[in-house]
Write a protein that binds this ligand. Structure first.
Ligand SMILES: Nc1ncnc2c1ncn2[C@@H]1O[C@H](COP(=O)(O)OP(=O)(O)OP(=O)(O)O)[C@@H](O)[C@H]1O
Ligand SMILES: [Mg+2]
Length: 360
């Protein structure tokens, strides 16, 4: 498997710059997820790696070999496209075996591989049909199967689950996670769904407007986001943000805003001590609010709506003018229209520079 490296890779369409110089390294055998909002340049990055888009600058290396001059077929990659692009006149079995037939694999070998992958993807009963006779989700699985039968060193996936219903999506996510653990391959997976990113990625690369915001393990991104964008993008329901000011009183550093004063954790003091009365944005995850007030600072929230989701409810509350989402155990329901005191532990408060958005 090659070690893949993007060095100062740029992409412009005419005068429109989509990717400013981008540096990215993909470790051997890693499952890397590129995640970010629509239009941030994920597919473009993947298509340049596959050789389907030219580079406007920079170079991509497999180990130490520059590959931008190589045809897609010479890159030892298998790609699943966002718009699955199946051959309409071929049945599913032939669609899936296309690359294997080009490589002149034996008939028995082709049948064995296609059969095994089709079974895994739950499309074995569809092998004689044409793509037009399949649902969108089924076609998407065929597109995935067509890539998986190949013996490539690197698999590229562009939103391969986007047309599946929620249940099938969850199932395929599990299948992919299993595959990730059994296949020792490079996988680069593009999605705008942070849950998919979190459950699949060994490493997640968060992008916004062509720029890598942060890369790391799911846990690193969740626990130590580099900036407000990553903090708000990773985690569901999304993190709450409140405008505040840092205030120092004796030995205690707090954040103070409209309707709340919350002390910060000791670990933050050293980093923030020089910034008293600085304008900041604080971030608190919906799961960090508790009705348990020991070892926690109180904050009064006015409950507007309670959204029942099964075991948990999401409470839509107000604090001053800000809306705050709170994750709450459905077993003890709360009435809308009342003001409740919740506890927040100092270590559950993140502080961001209001101007730059960087984590302080
Ligand atoms: N052929 C093109 N000509 C001009 N602009 C393009 C072209 N292809 C893509 N773009 C622009 O490049 C940007 C990045 O597109 P890209 O397809 O990489 O986004 P994406 O992150 O994959 O988004 P999505 O999640 O919607 O698939 C977008 O702003 C898009 O409008
Ligand atoms: Mg895309």
């Amino acid at each position: 498997m090659p070690h893949i490296r993007f060095a100062g890779v740029e992409k412009s369409y005419g005068a429109v710059r989509v990717l400013p110089p981008l540096d990215l390294e993909l470790e051997d055998g890693e499952f890397t997820v590129l995640v970010g909002p629509s239009g941030c340049g994920k597919s473009t990055t993947l298509r340049m790696l596959a050789g389907l888009e030219s580079l406007s600058g920079g170079e991509i290396y497999f180990d130490d070999r520059p590959i931008s001059g190589l045809e897609p077929k010479d890159r030892d990659l298998a790609m699943v496209f966002q718009d699955y692009a199946l051959y309409p006149h071929m049945n599913i079995a032939r669609n899936m075996s296309f690359a294997l037939r080009l490589q002149r694999n034996s008939k028995a070998e082709i049948e064995e591989k296609v059969g095994r992958v089709a079974k895994m993807l739950n499309i074995a009963h569809l092998l004689d049909r044409k793509p037009a006779e399949l649902s969108g989700g089924q076609r998407q699985r065929v597109a995935m199967g067509r890539a998986l039968v190949r013996n490539s060193s690197t698999f590229l996936f562009d939103e391969p689950l986007s047309n599946l219903d929620a249940k099938l999506r969850a199932k395929m996510r599990t299948e992919l996670a299993e595959m990730r653990d059994t296949l020792d391959k490079n996988m680069v997976y593009v999605t705008h769904d942070q849950i998919e990113a979190m459950t699949l990625g060994d490493r997640i690369v968060v992008m916004s407007e062509g720029v890598i915001q942060q890369q790391g393990s799911p846990e690193e991104l969740f626990k130590t986001p580099a900036n407000r964008f990553v903090a708000g993008f990773i985690g569901s329901p999304t993190m709450n943000f409140l405008e505040a000011e840092l205030t120092a009183a004796g030995d205690v550093l707090s954040v103070q805003g409209d309707g709340f004063t919350l002390p910060l954790a000791d670990a933050l003091k050293a980093r923030l001590s020089g910034h008293a009365s600085k304008a900041v944005t604080i971030g608190i995850r919906p799961s960090a609010f508790s009705t348990e007030l020991t070892n926690a600072a109180p904050i009064d929230l006015h409950l507007a709506v309670s959204e029942y989701l099964g075991a948990h409810s999401v409470l839509v509350t107000r604090c001053g003018d800000a809306e705050i989402l709170v994750e709450h155990d459905s077993a003890s329901p709360m009435k809308a229209g009342v003001t409740m005191t919740f506890g927040v532990k100092p270590e559950d408060i993140m502080v961001f520079d209001k101007e730059t958005g960087l984590t302080l």
